[in-house]
Design a protein. Structure first.
Length: 343
C-alpha cells in the first residue's frame, strides 16, 4: 500500500453477521462470496484496495447494494471495517483512537451526503458555521469563514435564510459550504447530487468542478450515474457485490472493460469524448501514405471531421510531431458506432 497517497486502503472487508472476524480467520482472510452467503454473512465490502493521490478525484460507482456507500463510510470510519488497512496521510487510520478520529474529522475531512442534513432551526450562516462552532472557534471568526464559503458556492444574500426557504440545489450548496468550512484535505461525497432534478444536478456538477479547479481537494465521490462519473472523475472504480471489479480512467473502462458487468456500465458512454487517437491508432508498418496528422492525445470527436474527410489514413503524432501510428476512416466509424450485441 502506497502510504505517500492522501488516502489508501488494502484488503478492506466489511462483513455483517454473528462473528465476522472469526469467520474471516476460518477462511484464511479471503472467503468467497458464496462462502459468505452460505455462512449467513452479508459481504458489504470485499478485499478492496486502492490509493488516491493528493488533488485526485476518485469516483466509486456501482448498482444499488454494490457496497460503494459502505466503502466510503469505512474509509472515514463512520463504520468500522471488519479487516484491512486504511492509511490517511501516511497514518494508520484504524489505529487512531476515538478522540483522535474526532479531531481528524473536525479538521481534515469533509463529508457531503445525498440527504443534506441541514439543521432546520438554523440559518444558512449558522449551518455553515456549525462545524467551526464545534471546534470551539469564536463567533466572529467562524462567521467570517462561513461567509467566505457562502460566497464561494454562490449563495450571497441568503445568509439569514432558513433551509425551508431554499431550493434543493441551494440546500445542497449549503451542505457543500459547511463541509468546506473546516478546510478539509480529504472530501467524501456520497451521491451528493442524486436527489436533485436533472437541470439542477448539472448545475451542481458544474459548480463542483469549478470549486475543484480552485481548491484541488482529494476527493472520493460516490455515484451510480456513469455520465456523472465521466464528468467529474480522474479515475473510476466500479463495484459489484462489495468487490472492486475495475479501477481506471473512463477511457480504460470503455476500451478494456474487465467483464460483462463493466461493459454494461459503459456501453452507452460517449466514446468520441473519452477515447484518444493514440489509444486506438494502428501501428505504422512499412511505408504508409498518409493524409494530414492528428495529435495522439486528441479525442476522437475532435479528429473525426478530419479523419472522415481524408481519402488515406491520417498520421497520429506525439508531442514532438513524430508519427507514432495511423487512424483510418473505417476504423473510426467502427469505434464511434460499434455494432450492438444481440439480445
Amino acid at each position: 500500500m502506497d502510504r505517500s497517497a492522501q488516502i489508501a486502503c488494502r484488503g478492506l472487508w466489511k462483513l455483517y453477521g454473528p462473528d465476522p472476524v472469526r469467520f474471516l480467520e476460518r477462511h484464511g482472510g479471503a472467503p468467497t462470496l458464496e462462502a459468505c452467503r452460505e455462512g449467513g454473512y452479508v459481504a458489504a465490502v470485499r478485499d478492496v484496495g486502492f490509493e488516491v493521490a493528493g488533488g485526485e478525484i476518485l469516483v466509486v460507482m456501482g448498482l444499488s447494494g454494490s457496497g460503494k456507500s459502505t466503502l466510503v463510510r469505512c474509509l472515514s470510519r463512520l463504520i468500522e471495517p471488519t479487516a484491512g488497512e486504511i492509511a490517511f496521510e501516511g497514518r494508520d487510520l484504524r489505529a487512531i483512537d476515538r478522540r483522535g478520529l474526532i479531531e481528524l474529522r473536525r479538521h481534515k475531512m469533509g463529508m457531503v451526503f445525498q440527504h443534506f442534513g441541514l439543521l432546520p432551526h438554523r440559518t444558512v450562516l449558522d449551518n455553515v458555521a456549525f462545524p467551526l462552532e464545534v471546534q470551539g472557534q469564536a463567533r466572529a471568526a467562524r462567521e467570517a469563514r462561513a461567509r467566505q464559503m457562502i460566497r464561494l458556492v454562490g449563495l450571497d444574500g441568503r445568509e439569514r435564510h432558513y433551509p425551508r426557504q431554499l431550493s434543493g440545489g441551494q440546500q445542497q450548496r449549503v451542505g457543500i459550504a459547511r463541509s468546506l468550512a473546516v478546510e478539509p484535505d480529504l472530501w467524501f461525497l456520497d451521491e451528493p447530487f442524486s436527489a436533485l432534478d436533472p437541470l439542477i444536478r448539472r448545475e451542481m456538477q458544474d459548480e463542483f468542478l469549478r470549486l475543484q479547479r480552485s481548491l484541488r481537494k482529494t476527493i472520493v465521490f460516490i455515484t451510480h450515474d456513469f455520465a456523472e462519473a465521466i464528468r467529474v472523475a480522474d479515475r473510476i472504480g466500479i463495484m459489484k457485490d462489495g468487490a472492486l471489479i475495475q479501477l481506471g480512467t473512463a477511457e480504460d473502462l470503455v476500451m478494456a472493460p474487465a467483464d460483462g458487468y463493466v461493459a454494461d456500465f459503459v456501453k452507452d458512454a460517449p466514446r468520441g469524448k473519452l477515447v484518444s487517437a493514440g489509444r486506438v491508432m494502428q501501428p505504422i508498418t512499412g511505408a504508409v501514405a498518409t493524409e494530414g496528422a492528428v495529435a495522439a492525445d486528441a479525442r476522437l470527436e475532435d479528429v473525426a471531421p478530419q479523419v472522415l474527410a481524408a481519402s488515406r489514413p491520417v498520421a497520429v503524432v506525439d508531442g514532438l510531431g513524430r508519427p507514432v501510428g495511423v487512424l483510418t476512416r473505417e476504423q473510426l466509424i467502427g469505434l464511434l458506432f460499434p455494432p450492438t450485441r444481440a439480445a
